[in-house]
Write a protein that binds this ligand. Structure first.
Ligand code: GLU
Length: 377
């Protein structure tokens, strides 16, 4: 019998990915499932992106590339960060791999990383894989509890991870809170990891501010962004990190052993995505805002729900609908079995008693799925 390492024996697979596999299996078996589970916008990848990728393939861009990413891509990305040099940008296989690398580089065994909850499913697992301990910090109405964060810092704390707009709640943190948090991070000599995968998706004219705008924080800040959601390129696996030179240099060293480089022609696709007119993305964002409004107005008739300001999820409270001894996981299993609607249980995000509904699906599916949920409720 093959013996696995202890840290892998205790590692659970990603719950969002597991649900996606289950939905795929059911769809392949002919079941009529509405998938509100996976966080993937239903939009087509723009033709220009596909074209840029194909052109690169035809031009023979099929060989090893620079570990840190395509020079032209890094240059363009650096322009979005005032004062940042190309050597402060690293292209990785999606945000996921970059976050994994960041924890490997920042944490020693026994260190601690503060994570406001609810939080994306992979933060805690990735922290544990580095040998560090995730310390979960409750939020208030889905917003940062700055007092609780300050109280959570110990001499083992190395980093704080934030994700605004937030997956799963859709909360967007006000800039004043980021400033307070930034002051704490600098004062305690920590690193702030800002996962901005949903940075483009804010609504009602609200801008998602990046803590990168706080100049005094930049030596303590790692920003991680992704082409996946904004540019409808989830399968390309292209994300990027921007941070202080020593941190990025260490991440590049790790990447040289981990994957060598991100698929070269996928990076050309990303380069092409940066040329797509803003109006295309803006129209999609407006559509998503309309879907948020529609889905929110329906769901709140049945369940308490804080109106999300960003991302593309609703995160209603289902506690009043749970049968005795029923957990949110059981509720989601029941919903999938009887109504054929897939949603993710809040407990996957350390949140319990809630479900995450992804509304970035075609309107007809949204209406059908919410209608089924209403009947079920
Ligand atoms: N980030 C998306 C989600 O939360 C995709 C799946 C994953 O990587 O977790 O659904």
């Amino acid at each position: 019998m093959i013996r696995l390492a202890d840290r892998i024996e205790t590692l659970e697979g990603s719950k969002t990915i597991a649900l996606f596999s289950e939905v795929r299996r059911r769809l392949a078996a002919g079941q009529d499932v509405i998938n509100f589970g996976v966080g993937e916008p239903a939009y087509e990848t723009p033709e220009a992106v596909v074209g840029g990728t194909c052109t690169a393939l035809e031009a023979g861009e099929t060989r090893y590339g620079e570990v840190a990413g395509l020079g032209a891509l890094r240059q363009q990305l650096a322009r979005g960060f005032a004062g940042a040099g190309v050597d402060q940008v690293l292209v990785g296989n999606g945000s996921k791999q970059l976050l994994y690398s960041a924890f490997q580089i920042l944490c020693n065994p026994g260190d601690e990383v503060l994570i406001p909850v609810p939080s994306w499913v992979s933060f805690a697992a990735q922290v544990r894989l580095s040998g560090a301990r995730p310390v979960f910090i409750p939020t208030k109405g889905h917003q940062l509890d700055l007092g609780a964060l300050a109280a959570g810092v110990t001499d083992r704390t190395r980093a704080i991870v934030i994700n605004s707009p937030n997956n799963p709640t859709g909360a967007v943190y006000p800039f004043a809170d980021l400033e307070h948090l930034g002051a704490l991070v600098v004062d305690k000599g920590l690193t702030l990891i800002s996962d901005e995968a949903y940075g483009y998706f804010t609504y009602d004219g609200l801008a998602a501010m990046s803590p990168y705008a706080i100049e005094t924080l930049r030596d303590h800040l790692l920003v991680i962004r992704s082409f996946s959601k904004h540019h409808a390129m989830t399968g390309f696996r292209v994300g990027y990190a921007v941070g202080p030179r020593p941190l990025i240099a260490a991440m590049i060293r790790l990447q040289s052993h981990l994957c060598g480089n991100v698929c070269t022609f996928a990076q050309h696709g990303a380069l092409a995505a940066l040329q797509v007119p803003e109006s295309i993305w803006g129209a999609r964002r407006s559509e998503l805002m309309a879907k948020r409004d529609w889905a929110y107005s329906r769901i709140r008739r049945h369940l308490p729900c804080i109106k999300p300001q960003g991302a593309f999820y609703l995160y209603p409270d289902i506690r009043a609908c749970l049968a005795a001894d029923e957990a949110d996981t059981d509720f989601c299993a029941r919903l999938l079995e009887s109504a054929r609607v897939a949603v993710v249980p809040g407990s996957a995000f350390g949140g319990g008693g809630h479900v995450r509904i992804c509304y970035a699906v075609p309107q007809a599916q949204l209406e059908e799925g919410i209608g089924r949920m209403e009947q079920f409720l």
